[in-house]
Design a protein around this ligand. Sequence first.
Ligand SMILES: [Zn+2]
Length: 360
Amino acid sequence: MAQKENPQLDSFAGPSSQGSSRFPDRISNLGDRRKDTRKFLHWLRHQDTTNRPDLAKAQAKLSSCGDWLAFNHYYTVDQIRLSACHTCDMPLLCSFCGSRRGSKYLQKYLERFKIVMAQKPHLKPVMLTLTTKNGEDLEERFTHFMKSLRKLLKKRRNAKKGVSRTELEKAVGGVYSVETTNKGKGWHVHMHAIVLLDDWIDREELSREWQAITRDGSKILDVRRLGKGSEIFDQEGNITPKLLEAFAEVFKYAVKFSDLDHSDRLHAWETMRGKRLVGSWGEFWGVEVPPGSLDDLLEDLPYMQLIYRFKRNAYNLASIRDFDDQGNPVGDGARTWEERPTGRTRTTPGHRPAISDHEE
Ligand SMILES: [Zn+2]
């Protein structure tokens, strides 16, 4: 895939399918995410947690999230995958887990998108944004938004059965995420979606439908064309940066919580945790995104396992170990970078690691 050259994807600390060339960026971005989580944790530790066992639990989980990472470097095909780590799995609170979540969604939905567009090249991808009015009460605004969205999606289902009609029935597939911001003018709940159209949507008409559903003057709706044919895939068949950016925009939803100030981030988590913030229909229906932070691993290939530890605000390589194509350790144990065998044919993962930070 062409994601390796796309800076938009840095917010996810790199997608899983990258090789060694961008690995230094990936590890440095993951370090930044972990740093952000540590900052939030520092703030949270100064809050009153009396009678709040959930906060005490969240503190404990955040404190050990991402303190070490194991990557498998499949050097014969130059692929580096996150193969083990301990994470908090609270993507709305934790920037590290938010970026891992987004990255996994992105990967899986891009795979589906490629398949659908290969089978149905006439479909037109567009980015659809729906918003509701800002308000002081996040719970009320979030509930209102979700109810309105469900009504619109129900209209689409009914239209398919011929019971009603809506502009959205032209969207034969869609994947969306719901996010919230607060820039001092109240809570702003909104949705970004990639939808696949078999006919152009009448924006004004859809806007009228959305107003009739929300009944709060929420007419802000944006439909952005993302191109067709060669504008979607380049000559090598890779998805173009414009499309990648649009998908990244949708799946950045979890990372966006880290942009809220700390008390707003905590409040958003309290209000929206456990709620489904990503949904899909039609051609995007049924994409499975496994839970947790790890990448899909490759089979029947030898690899080097790289263990990184977080110290002094960054991830540092602590040890390396070789495994054969059946996952059995080769040699007599873990080595430091200096002790690695030389003269072997394999790609090394980018920058020279700071092995002096190895904690033992
Ligand atoms: Zn985490």
